[in-house]
Design a protein around this ligand. Structure first.
Ligand code: HEM
Length: 233
């Protein structure tokens, strides 16, 4: 009779210990799921940070930026029909026509640019209107720039090529390009070509210019805009 209560007490104690053991083992079973969610986090961390920061920005900025813009700013002149910053020492904005120029010891380099899809021309020192103007006429022929040394013999032309009037073509280099909004021609000639159909230019001495552009590349189609200006070579 005395042993039974003790047995009951022992059995109750054992049951409590067993229950406690189950309760303690439960967290052990849930432990693996608790570690699983932490596993993806590091993989997400490592992949993105290592790829973009090291490759994308550093290669593009220092690699391409300065070399394309800096050299032409000094003394490099490329007659490709693209006026780059610093390529010319002077610029005159005459509305829808712009002229850029620089002179060297013996030559003058000019870019003439119009907001147009046709021929573009400049003339030096006309006597009156177009008369006796020493012209340089640019047009696009089959997508290629053609720049011709011309001379106007009348108030409103004609202005055929110097070579057709007994003179010489004194354009040393030229190029041109057209965008959706502008047409640009660049050329170089000697300040004094020696050709009687060219006006001698002098560094530092102002010279009157005339300019014009057409709405097509037809060289005999009249201009849609024209005007006067002055440059100092
Ligand atoms: C392509 C053939 C050309 C034809 C048929 C032509 C014809 C004419 C005509 C008829 C005029 C008088 C009407 C007007 O004032 O608009 C004129 C004026 C004028 N043209 Fe031309 N032209 C031609 C090319 C050029 C070129 C290449 C230049 C310049 C490089 C030029 C510069 C001028 C100027 C400045 C005037 C105004 C004259 C004034 O003050 O009255 N023209 N042109």
């Amino acid at each position: 009779m005395r042993i039974r209560p003790m047995m009951r007490a022992l059995l109750a104690g054992l049951a409590l210990i067993a229950l406690a053991g189950v309760a303690c083992s439960a967290p052990v079973d849930t432990a693996p799921p608790a570690t699983t969610p932490t596993t993806p986090a590091p993989t997400q961390h490592t992949t993105p940070p290592t790829v973009p920061p090291t490759t994308a920005p550093p290669v593009e900025e220092p690699g391409n930026g300065p070399p394309t813009t800096t050299p032409p700013a000094s003394d490099e002149w490329i007659p490709d029909g693209v006026v780059t910053p610093g390529e010319y020492a002077n610029e005159q904005d005459l509305g829808r026509f712009r002229v850029f120029w620089s002179s060297t010891q013996d030559t003058i380099r000019i870019a003439m640019q119009a907001d147009a899809q046709g021929w573009v021309a400049i003339g030096f020192q006309p006597g009156r209107r177009m008369l006796n103007a020493d012209m340089v006429f640019g047009m696009m022929v089959d997508g290629e720039a053609v720049v011709v040394d011309q001379y106007s013999t009348g108030d409103f032309g004609p202005h055929s090529a110097d070579v057709q009037q007994g003179g010489t073509d004194d354009i040393l280099a030229f190029g041109g390009s057209r965008t959706d909004s502008t047409t640009t021609f660049e050329f170089e000639r000697r300040l004094d070509t020696g050709d009687p159909l060219d006006h001698p230019l002098q560094r530092g001495v102002p010279i009157q210019i005339i300019w014009a552009y057409g709405s097509s590349d037809n060289p005999v189609a009249p201009h849609v805009n024209r005007g006067y200006g002055e440059i100092v070579p």
